[in-house]
Design a protein around this ligand. Structure first.
Ligand code: DGJ
Length: 736
């Protein structure tokens, strides 16, 4: 519910368990009033969230900007971090009098009007429809703020999803004048948290080790998480959780969380002041940023998604997962949207793809229960090796003399759907595309062009390049029966020269989003995976457009546990593509462990099927059949992190249906000291009900009550021995 109380000029927003409030001050400034968990017994009918309005005079002259503006601008008496910085041209009368003009870097935003509307969309929201109709209509509070003397307006938009206590915040900027204005800094919004000492959870990493969980005490001063790579990046993910130090754990404690729904250069700045107040400013990275708004031009920013949970980090994660499944992902929360079991031959065949070999693999994949067969890199242009071919999106003649159709028709005859790999934003210098259009890449004329992975980045700041890339992909989709595309992107930007100048950082993302949106609109049955050398482009912006993501190129099961645990803090299991691959360099060859870890998300197979024995193939088939029985719970259930790798040496994850009637428990032991962990307590079950606990073969291993499973826990080892490194199990619990 969103309401406006006219007497006190107060806006209140109530989620299922939380509130958010803001107010119009006497001077017209829009002030933050409060945000947090509704106390016991408090509700929208009680007077919570009336708050106190702060006044400018309440502060000392050295620290004037303690006022908690809902949109912090570089203006008035600013020196703290801001969401918006704008430069206006010098005053016209000064120029008329022949005086040197002083550009005005002073933006003051004051209340002009407000409205409460249904379901407005943030900027760069996907345009292919889908989930919007399935979710319940949501309310958006729009507060228009204007500069009192200069022609600039910013509308703060707050869309409330009450059932998950989540607000999406964005800004609509408008140059209402007749001369261009330059926006130098542009957040999607800023948050104010109650004063306190905070602990920050965020996800860091690099190629092959994405999504490592970091928990740090937030220092006083400014802490910045960001990407300057042109994409989301594997180094930091644009998401965080904050709790008062020592006051939260997995299932208890107040947790504030936030994410940026954007796949380009982003920044989250945490400004923890000397009075312990905390601001979080999130949006476009000010690094090399500039946005010129021409007269009458508008810009709608992407969304800063944020929420608050009383039930710990797990409660925050479950809210984000459910919100994402219902409102963000292209196909919504339906069972029909379950991810199919995919086969991808990249780790097996590399660039050496040949039609007969792929057909052979497809037959083997179908025999074990695979539903989607995807050919990875190597099928196009002169792509015999990584140095050539990217940009030439036609079928490689020597590998597929009769085109892709023979493979596709066999895949379909076998009852599977078909997918291909593409890397549309890149070009190899050794390609017909580059030879024809050497200017189409990011570069500064006359200066070196640095290749990475033998690739240069296409300049999506040029509309003709965007059209060409869209045209190539659209042609493929029209010519062949392609159901799935794995959209890869394998390098960070360098030498970002573009005809669109500094705007290229935004234009690149807008180009990618726009191409995907058009493809999805024109080919509604198409599904997509976002990949960026693994998990380099995973965020709620891309997840509005793709059905799944590839979290990491690292498929070693032990390494993968950590990566997947981190991923689970923010993103739902249904989106997390996980392959069972063949052991590399004789690292762990335990396929039970490989399957148990891959079954924590959307199961895929990347193993060398042609090198498996008949017995191994049969075992693969049994495990895939088991996954099909549990995937509804894994992909759509509520996730509970019961034991965490770093803390316990054991990782135990539970997925449970909303009504508690069915659950899946996945356990893996990494550190032998963790043999001391012999029981796992489950969550979310029906206390009075009886559950049959079955192993992957379908045999019952225990029959216990919900209350027993939640209080005493499930005994993992019945033989009395320690659980060894590499032990794993996936158990299916069904209410009797
Ligand atoms: C990087 C991806 O992460 C891999 O899965 C694979 O698709 C390769 N690119 C192909 O070049």
């Amino acid at each position: 519910m969103i309401r406006y109380i006219a007497d006190s000029r107060l806006f209140q927003m109530f989620g299922a368990t939380t509130y958010y409030a803001l107010a119009i001050g006497d001077d017209g400034r829009l002030a933050h009033v409060g945000w947090g968990v509704l106390g016991d017994g408090a509700s929208s009918d009680t007077s919570v969230a009336t708050g106190q309005k702060e006044r400018f005079d309440d502060y000392d002259p050295f620290d004037m900007q303690r006022l908690r503006d809902e949109v912090l601008t570089f203006g008035d008496y600013t020196y703290h971090e801001v969401a918006l910085k704008v430069t206006f041209p010098p005053a016209p009368d000064a120029r008329a009098e022949g005086l040197p003009g002083v550009p005005i870097r002073d933006l003051r935003l004051r209340y002009a009007s407000h409205e409460i509307v249904a379901d407005a969309e943030p900027g760069l929201a996907p345009r292919m429809g889908g989930t919007r109709a399935e979710g319940s209509p949501r309310k958006v509070l729009r507060v228009r703020l204007e500069d009192p003397t200069h022609p600039f307006a910013a509308t703060l938009c707050l869309r409330l999803t009450p059932e998950y206590d989540i607000v999406e915040r964005w800004l609509e900027l408008e140059n209402t004048g007749t001369e261009p204005v330059v926006v130098e800094q542009c957040g999607f919004g800023n948050l104010h948290l109650p004063p306190g000492e905070y602990e920050l959870m965020h996800l860091t990493g690099r190629w092959g080790s994405e999504f490592w969980i970091q928990r740090d005490k937030l220092p006083q001063g400014m802490l910045v998480l960001e990407s300057r790579t042109s994409s989301t990046s594997p180094f930091h993910n644009p998401a965080f959780m904050l709790n008062r130090a020592g006051e939260a754990c997995e299932d208890r404690g107040e947790v504030y969380f936030g994410c940026l729904a954007y796949s380009g250069n982003w920044r989250l700045a945490f400004e923890h002041n000397s009075d312990f107040s905390l601001k979080v400013i999130g949006g476009y990275n000010p690094f090399d940023f500039e946005m010129v708004l021409r007269p009458r031009e508008k810009h709608v920013t992407p969304a800063f998604v944020h929420g608050c949970a009383a039930d710990g980090w797990g409660g925050a994660s479950r809210r984000l997962h459910a919100f994402g499944r219902k409102y963000v992902l292209p196909r919504g929360p339906t069972v029909a949207a379950l991810r199919p079991i995919l086969y991808n031959s990249w780790e097996n065949t590399g660039y050496d793809v040949r039609v007969d070999e792929q057909i052979d693999l497809a037959r083997k994949a179908a025999a074990i229960g695979v539903e989607l067969f995807c050919i990875d890199d190597g099928w196009f242009g002169e792509r015999r090796r990584r140095t050539s071919g990217i940009g030439d999106w036609w079928v490689r003649k020597d590998a597929f003399p009769n085109g892709l159709d023979p493979l596709i028709s066999e895949v379909r005859r076998l009852g599977m759907t078909f997918g291909i790999w593409v890397e549309p934003e890149m070009v190899n210098p050794d390609s017909d595309m580059y030879r024809a259009h050497p200017d189409w890449v990011l570069h500064f004329p006359g200066r070196p062009r640095t290749t990475e992975k033998d690739e240069l980045i296409l300049d999506l700041g040029r509309p003709e390049v965007v059209e060409d890339v869209h045209g190539a992909l659209d042609r493929l989709l029209r010519e062949f029966q392609i159901d799935f595309m794995k959209w890869d992107m394998n390098r960070s930007a360098s030498e970002p020269g573009s005809v669109s100048a500094k705007a290229v950082w935004r234009r690149h993302v807008e180009g990618v989003y726009g191409i995907i949106d058009r493809l999805r609109a024109d080919h509604p049955s198409l599904s997509l995976e976002a990949c960026s050398g693994g998990g380099g482009r995973i965020d709620w912006g891309i997840l509005g457009r793709v059905d799944q993501v590839w979290p990491s190129d690292n498929t070693d099961p032990f390494d993968r546990i950590r990566i997947q645990e981190g991923f689970s803090y923010i993103y739902p299991a249904r989106t997390m593509e996980c392959w069972v691959t063949s052991p590399q360099e004789s690292r762990n060859d335990n396929y039970d462990l490989r399957f148990d870890i891959a079954m924590r998300g959307a199961l895929g197979i990347g193993a060398a099927l042609d090198q498996l024995s008949d017995e191994q193939m049969a075992r693969f088939g049994e495990r895939i059949a088991f996954y099909k029985r549990i995937r509804r719970v894994v992909q759509l259930g509520h996730l509970h992190r019961l034991l965490l790798l770093d803390r316990h040496g054991v990782s135990a994850i539970e997925y449970v249906t909303g009504d508690g009637s069915e659950a899946v428990l996945s356990v893996a032991v990494v550190d032998p000291r963790a043999g001391y962990v012999s029981r796992v307590r489950l969550r979310g079950l029906v206390a009075g009900a009886s559950y049959s606990v079955r192993n992957r073969g379908g045999s019952e291993v225990a029959r216990l009550t919900g209350s027993g499973l939640m209080s005493e826990g499930l005994l993992l080892s019945t033989g009395g021995g320690f659980l060894q490194r590499g032990y794993s199990s996936t158990l299916h619990l069904m209410m009797e």
